[in-house]
Write a protein that binds this ligand. Structure first.
Ligand code: BG6
Length: 502
């Protein structure tokens, strides 16, 4: 079947980004889920759009024994199952032609030699000029040794970029150690720490919305905004990842990275330009200005048996690989403050969890009420203005405003002005990984987390985890398929507020 991408009139006249230099991409952890579900489909999408370097190759490395052909077959299937575009043999064949696989036990020098040999051969064959992107889709404990090896074998030819998946360490101490180990051999502009939320179109659109429009920034502060609500809700459970999740919990899995980055993007000052350091400097200031929430301002939960979209699902403690009395949290809600002139006393209520009622990531900016509505009929129906950013799904932005109900009198109701990506731009949205892989190849670190940001994020999490150790809440405390424990509702109810139901 031949598929052509339809030209999109809205993209006409847009400056195309430069194509990355020729390079080889090495994926450590090539037998894992991330490679199959995200990385390979992203590479395919880039190949289809001719965004990959002209001369390019991929080397998968993992512990399992596999031949080049078996690896290619497995990756082909992964692309067929998970890519957002229809499968095209010609595009695949071109990509697969430059694919190799190396069995690599991270503690075994033999594998390292084999990898070096394969890279040298492929480099010559594909004329990739010694440029390498190393993608670490492996646990943090495996990163240090690999980085040392890469540094030792570095030659004068070409550039090196290290792309590092989360989790980046397990706490502040281990993250600092990892940063130090990497920084011994590589400079910060060679390191790309992934937080895939930053690669999402809608998250970047928050920057566009705020800084490309004159109307929002003057009111984006404590004078006009009553509070902010950020929700990262998932309806899925832990998807067979008990080994990882039991160690991480919601606080390390989502709060430490995706959630805090969403707060930082929402609260940051306008950067002077869109370069990596300008953007990250401003985000860092927000992270530094954030208080650690006290025990009364943070709620944790764990799901029990329940129904998600009509289907009965197990409780967390019944999931395969989870300890019977597990105290791992699958839900966190918190009231955060960003202590600076723009935001003093403006709460950022955040919540995130697994097995919630539906998949929904939103940022809601709730404005203060009109000081004196002169309409008698407005009553309770008229809600304050809310600017709602739908990060996913149904990506878009919606502004809730009061409008007159047609007819006699002056009844006012809340209505929505909506911008939906699906309607405005005809292209489907790229996956976050497409953007991030390409940016790493281009050496653009704007959408990656800098070492100091990661450390601030961990400092906050460590403080929360420390006081959590003092008590044992009674888990499970919410049924799967609901919006979390009652404590999350109380957190807002105490302030006379409630979570938006969008
Ligand atoms: C990952 C977490 O970082 O993000 C997962 O480890 C989570 O637990 C996932 O499911 C959510 O990503 P997305 O893009 O589906 O919102």
């Amino acid at each position: 079947m031949t598929v052509t991408l339809e030209p999109n009139p809205l993209l006409e006249g847009l400056r195309l980004r430069r194509r990355p230099d020729p390079c080889l991409l090495v994926i450590f952890g090539a037998s894992g889920d991330l490679t199959a579900k995200k990385l390979m489909p992203a590479l395919y999408a880039l190949a289809l759009r001719r965004l990959l370097p002209e001369r390019f190759g991929v080397v998968g490395a993992a512990r399992s024994e596999e031949s080049d052909d078996e690896f290619r077959e497995r990756m082909k299937k992964a692309v067929q199952d998970h890519a957002r575009d229809p499968f095209r043999d010609d595009v695949w064949e071109e990509l697969a032609d430059g694919m190799r696989y190396v069995t690599l036990d991270f503690a075994d020098d033999h594998g390292e030699d084999e990898l070096a040999r394969t890279l040298a051969e492929l480099d010559e064959e594909r004329e990739t000029e010694g440029n390498r992107v190393y993608y670490f889709a492996v646990p943090p404990s495996a990163i240090g040794t690999l980085v040392e090896e890469i540094a030792e074998r570095r030659t004068a030819d070409g550039w090196i970029r290290l792309v590092i998946e989360k989790p980046f360490g397990h706490d502040l101490h281990s993250a600092r150690e990892l940063n130090a180990q990497i920084q011994q051999h590589f400079s910060e502009n060679e390191v790309f720490r992934i937080d895939h939320y930053l690669g999402k179109e809608t998250v970047q659109n928050m920057l566009a919305l705020r800084f490309a429009n004159g109307i929002f920034e003057p009111i984006w502060n404590r004078q006009f905004i009553d509070h902010v609500q950020i929700t990262v809700a998932e309806s899925i459970g832990i998807e067979g990842r008990a080994g990882y999740y039991e160690q991480a919990g919601a606080i390390r899995d989502i709060f430490q990275n995706h959630l805090l980055q969403l707060v930082a993007i929402t609260a940051m000052e306008p950067p002077i330009d869109f370069t990596a350091d300008s953007v990250r400097n401003e985000k860092l200031k927000v992270l530094k200005a954030m208080h650690t929430p006290g025990p009364k301002h943070i709620v944790r939960g764990q799901y029990g048996l329940g129904f998600v979209e009509g289907v009965e699902v197990r409780g967390y403690r019944e999931e395969d690989g989870v300890a019977q009395g597990s105290m791992t949290e699958t839900f966190v809600a918190a009231k955060l403050f960003v202590d600076n002139w723009r935001w003093a006393d403006t709460p950022f209520y955040v919540r995130m969890g697994k097995r919630l009622a539906r998949r929904e990531t939103t940022i809601a900016i709730q404005f203060k009420r009109a000081p004196h509505p002169p309409f008698e009929d407005a009553g309770q129906e008229l809600r304050p203005n809310v600017l709602l950013i739908h990060v996913q799904p149904n990506e878009g932005v919606s502004l809730a405003i009061g409008a007159k109900v047609p007819g006699q009198g002056m009844a006012i109701r809340t209505v929505h002005m909506d911008f939906l990506y699906g309607g405005a731009f005809r292209e489907g949205l790229p996956d976050a990984y497409e953007r991030l892989i390409l940016d790493a190849m281009l050496g653009d670190a704007t959408l990656f987390t800098r070492s100091d940001e990661i450390e601030e994020q961990w400092a906050l999490v460590d403080a929360v985890v420390a006081f959590w150790q003092r008590d044992r809440p009674s888990f499970p405390n919410y049924a799967a398929g609901t919006w979390g424990p009652s404590g999350a509702e109380e957190l807002l109810a105490r302030d006379g507020r409630s979570w938006g139901r969008h």
